[in-house]
Design a protein around this ligand. Structure first.
Ligand SMILES: Nc1ncnc2c1ncn2[C@@H]1O[C@H](COP(=O)(O)OP(=O)(O)OP(=O)(O)O)[C@@H](O)[C@H]1O
Ligand SMILES: [Mg+2]
Length: 214
């Protein structure tokens, strides 16, 4: 968030400086237009994160489909996307705060795949077994450095969101050893007793180990 504001402040300064010139070179304007477009995209994502309207209006599945469609469209890349939900609409039966948290985790994982991985495809699976909701977001792109710790940014936000709903979040190699998998194990029985104040900020980690309850 701070980054977007800093980018826009810099842009404002650049424009203010150009105002003092008798004429403005086209290249300067092109640079500003590009930077503005980036900031607009960041802001759009920020607004989506605060209030995922489609989620509220049309439900979880349509919200996620819409997110996939728009994220890929805005990236200008050619990425195949798929949502496989075998839970018979469990997303919509989650408490509102949990539903939004799951949506935001998906949003960050999809954005990361698009921004960093250059994937051919992004696949989201949602399944429900033995009192657990299991969510995976897979890309078949460049992959992450194994052993890396992430103490800030989107990955840590995902981790914190997972902790707030007493879920576990893992960042792993993608299926077939390619790309990246973000995996969330959400115990459904505990939802009513989640104590948000007890959630602790911990660094995300990479693991190949399944969570105990999965
Ligand atoms: N799916 C992915 N494939 C490849 N690399 C990734 C993927 N997701 C994250 N990364 C790497 O991990 C780093 C940390 O990701 P993180 O989401 O925390 O930060 P960010 O995306 O760089 O910035 P932001 O704070 O805006 O999310 C990224 O900069 C990128 O190098
Ligand atoms: Mg990110």
């Amino acid at each position: 968030h701070d980054q977007t504001l800093a980018d826009m402040t810099r842009l404002h300064r650049r424009i203010a400086r150009l105002q003092t010139l008798p004429s403005v070179p086209g290249e300067d304007l092109r640079g500003i237009a590009r930077a503005l477009k980036d900031s607009m995209q960041e802001l759009r994502q920020l607004i989506d994160a605060v209030k995922p309207t489609v989620l509220q209006l049309f439900g979880f599945e349509e919200g996620v489909e819409d997110l996939l469609r728009r994220s890929v469209r805005d990236s200008g890349l050619s990425i195949e996307t798929r949502l496989q939900d075998s839970t018979d609409g469990m997303g919509d039966r989650l408490p509102e705060s949990v539903k939004v948290a799951v949506f935001r985790i998906i949003q960050e994982a999809v954005n990361n795949a698009i921004r960093h991985a250059m994937p051919d495809s992004i696949v989201i699976h949602i399944s429900h077994t033995g009192g657990l909701l299991q969510l995976t977001i897979d890309d078949d792109g460049l992959g992450l450095d194994v052993g890396n710790g992430f103490n800030s940014g989107g990955i840590q936000n995902m981790q914190v969101r997972a902790q707030l709903m007493a879920a576990q979040l893992f960042i792993e190699r993608g299926p077939a050893g390619r790309g990246t998998r973000v995996r969330v194990c959400l115990p459904l029985a505990d939802l009513a007793i989640v104590d948000e104040a007890a959630a602790v900020c911990a660094p995300a980690f990479l693991t190949e180990t399944p969570c105990k309850s999965c």
